[in-house]
Design a binder for this molecule. Structure first.
Ligand code: XLS
Ligand code: NI
Ligand code: NI
Length: 437
């Protein structure tokens, strides 16, 4: 069989001292951290769209800069099959246990829905065989309802129900494909589900439409017996000026308002959280606080560039804070750490793909180990626990039980006078985190 990454073998753990750029320094799949192995904690996933289909293009250079050997065939379906084989070769050599795709990444769209679906069936059959041969599993599937011209004004939120029907039909098929491949989750990212100008937009109507689309998805999931988790991936903007699934808090309240709360979890992406003016750990914490953190898209933005740069995650603070939230909720399963990340335009070699994923996996493996130690040592948690101690006794307990009134509070203040000043100890805590790095 044709090899797409000749000269690159299985990537192995060689430890922190290795000089080999094609080896892991920290990620050691079988090594235990607490009760689980690193592989079980992290559940790494490779994305098809950036890793296999990315060309290094940008708005000033729409022609691809990357030459990929799997793009050589002239027939689009032969190219799609080569790409799928290359994806499994790459993911296998990297040692990542999962992958993720959009319908239109794996099979190019044809002139009619029927033909497009036939193309998908052909490629999904190949993917199923490759999954069986390699043991690599599908973390999630999704539908691209944002690239085609018909989706210019949105998919589920389009002013034209004809376009809504297209989105629903595409999602129906993508969910079937995900089920066929044993996918553990199905993701909704609302690419153009938002608006660019309120003057031409009926905001309430569009949000009601979106809720209908999600209800249809829930109904269809139940109808076909798809067992995966439905995930919504918040993002505040880009490509629209304002996206309706702005951030974790917005999506959670949308789900509640539309009677969808029990049916969905969230897929939190680092660069989307920062675009929303939050930190990654903020949105993870908001989702986890409601028991709704399902999976993560691991990447990072660039503070000097104001868009979704989707760079590979290499920041140890960020991976440590993220893993603290994830460990405290008992892991991500059936979700995982999905590298929704791309190479920079100038990183066009095939090796760059390995370097990038290895770097991201090592950053999360280190984050995992550091977070585990921070939690085991307990100093941070003890501090937080003691900070809120007043709520576990006396008047605090009474307030939380719902038994206290404004009059009781007034009487309490009359009796106890001024409250004591207590330091929040932020500088000590930040220095403490550094001592674990
Ligand atoms: C784009 C999103 C997208 C989703 C899947 O910004 O991150 O890649 O993860 O549609
Ligand atoms: Ni993104
Ligand atoms: Ni994403």
């Amino acid at each position: 069989m044709k090899e797409f990454f000749p000269g690159i073998g299985q990537i192995r753990f060689e430890g922190p001292k290795t000089k080999n750029p094609l080896a892991f320094r920290c990620y050691n799949a079988e090594e235990k951290v607490g009760k689980k192995t690193m592989a079980e904690h992290l559940r790494f996933s490779v994305v098809y769209w950036h890793t296999m289909k990315g060309g290094g293009t940008d708005p000033f250079g729409p022609t691809p800069v990357y030459d990929r050997p799997w793009d050589a065939a002239t027939d689009p379906m032969a190219r799609a099959e080569d790409t799928m084989r290359a994806a499994f070769e790459f993911t296998g050599k990297l040692g990542a246990p999962f992958w993720a795709f959009h319908d239109r990444d794996i099979a190019p769209e044809a002139d009619t829905l029927a033909e497009s679906n036939q193309r998908l069936d052909r490629i999904v059959a190949l993917a199923k065989t490759l999954q069986k041969d390699t043991g690599i599993k599908l973390l999630w599937g999704t539908s691209n309802c944002f690239s085609h011209a018909r989706f210019t004004h949105g998919a589920g939120t389009n002013p034209d129900p004809h376009v809504f029907a297209w989105a629903a039909a595409q999602i129906k098929k993508a969910m079937e494909c995900t089920k066929t491949l044993g996918g553990m989750n199905y993701v909704f990212w609302g690419g153009r589900e938002g608006y660019s100008n309120l003057l031409n937009t009926h905001l309430k109507q569009e949000q009601d439409q979106m809720a209908r689309l999600l209800h249809m998805a829930v109904d269809y999931k139940k109808k076909i017996g798809f067992k995966g988790t439905l995930l919504i991936e918040p993002k505040p903007k880009e490509p629209t000026k304002h996206q309706y699934d702005y951030d974790a808090a917005t999506v959670l309240s949308f789900l509640r308002a539309h009677d969808l709360f029990d049916e969905f979890s969230l897929n939190i992406e680092a660069n989307h959280a920062t675009l929303a003016g939050h930190t990654f750990e903020h949105d993870l914490t908001v989702a986890a606080a409601e028991g709704r953190l399902g999976s993560i898209d691991a990447n990072r933005g660039d503070p000097l560039l104001g868009w979704d740069t989707d760079q590979f995650p290499t920041d140890l603070y960020s991976s440590t804070y993220a893993m603290m939230v994830i460990l405290k909720q008992g892991g991500l399963k059936p979700g995982g750490v999905n590298f929704d990340a791309k190479l920079r335009r100038g990183s066009f070699d095939l090796e760059d793909l390995f370097h990038a994923h290895i770097g991201g996996m090592d950053a999360f493996a280190r984050g995992l180990k550091i977070a585990h130690r921070i939690i085991e040592d307990g100093q941070v948690d003890d501090f937080v626990k003691s900070r809120y101690a007043g709520w576990r006794r006396g008047v605090g307990k009474q307030i939380l039980s719902g038994k206290a009134s404004f009059q009781d509070m007034e009487a309490y203040v009359h009796q106890h006078g001024e409250a004591a000043k207590t330091s929040g100890r932020e500088e000590w805590l930040e220095a403490l985190i550094n001592s674990y790095l």
